[in-house]
Design a protein. Structure first.
Ligand SMILES: Cc1ncc(CO)c(N)n1
Ligand SMILES: Cc1ncsc1CCO
Length: 216
């Protein structure tokens, strides 16, 4: 079985919970409170900044310049997407939040940064896959069932769009190649990393929905 098929099946219950989460259900109908969306966009800007670093670091751990280039391009896009958030949503919604990472964002970004530096290249890449693939699937599912007009149309269009799809396809092909070449023990750790990041995707959305703060 292809690596991506294997992990999709392994994390399917997590994906289903993500899709059913009230954050995504309300994003789809447009009923999500704007304050919740602002909190999410702010956390996502903090996320994307570290996600870009983790992509770049993972790239440096590969053994080919083709892979390095691929991950540096992903990293560059993540920085551009982060900057676009400032030009669009931060300006439109006058987001001036300074609270820093909520616990959910903190957990996810630090997991990605740590795996990119301290896990093997293959495991680091597997940890980065849900960021692409789950967002693509969530974006497509919301796009197909959305209420229009929808105040969150731009967000939906970005993740259901062609440009994002190209990056996701490249990442899926990369992961299948790595999974195919990996030893059984490395492949098992890749599956585990994919599952952990999938859970952290859920945690991130849930944190945004609750506008999570530190308990102390
Ligand atoms: C939390 C999170 N995961 C994935 C993506 C898409 O890369 C994003 N923007 N935010
Ligand atoms: C996965 C992902 N999300 C925002 S940018 C990016 C890398 C795509 O090039």
């Amino acid at each position: 079985m292809k690596f991506t098929e294997q992990v999709w099946n392994a994390a399917l219950p997590v994906y289903e919970k993500i899709l059913a989460h009230p954050f995504n259900q309300e994003l789809k109908t447009g009923a999500l409170p704007v304050e919740t969306f602002k909190f999410y966009i702010y956390q996502d800007s903090l996320y994307l900044a570290d996600f870009a670093r983790a992509l770049a670091v993972a790239g440096t751990r590969s053994s080919t310049s083709g892979e390095l280039l691929e991950f540096l391009q992903f990293a560059q896009n993540a920085i551009l997407v982060e900057r676009a958030l400032h030009e669009s949503y931060f300006a439109e919604y006058k987001i001036e939040l300074t609270s820093g990472k909520a616990p959910g964002c903190f957990a996810y970004t630090n997991y990605l940064l740590a795996s990119s530096a301290y896990e093997s290249y293959e495991v680091a890449v597997a940890a980065l896959l849900p960021c692409f693939w789950i967002y693509k699937r969530v974006g497509d599912a919301i796009y197909a069932n959305q209420t229009t007009p929808n105040p969150y149309q731009n967000w939906i269009d970005a993740y259901a769009g062609e440009e994002f799809a190209v990056a996701v396809t490249r990442m899926l092909a990369r992961c299948d190649r790595l999974g195919e070449q990996a030893s059984e023990s490395v492949r098992n750790r890749m599956v585990e990393a994919y599952l952990t990041s999938s859970r952290l995707e859920y945690v991130f959305w849930d944190s945004a929905y609750r506008r999570e703060t530190w308990p102390v």
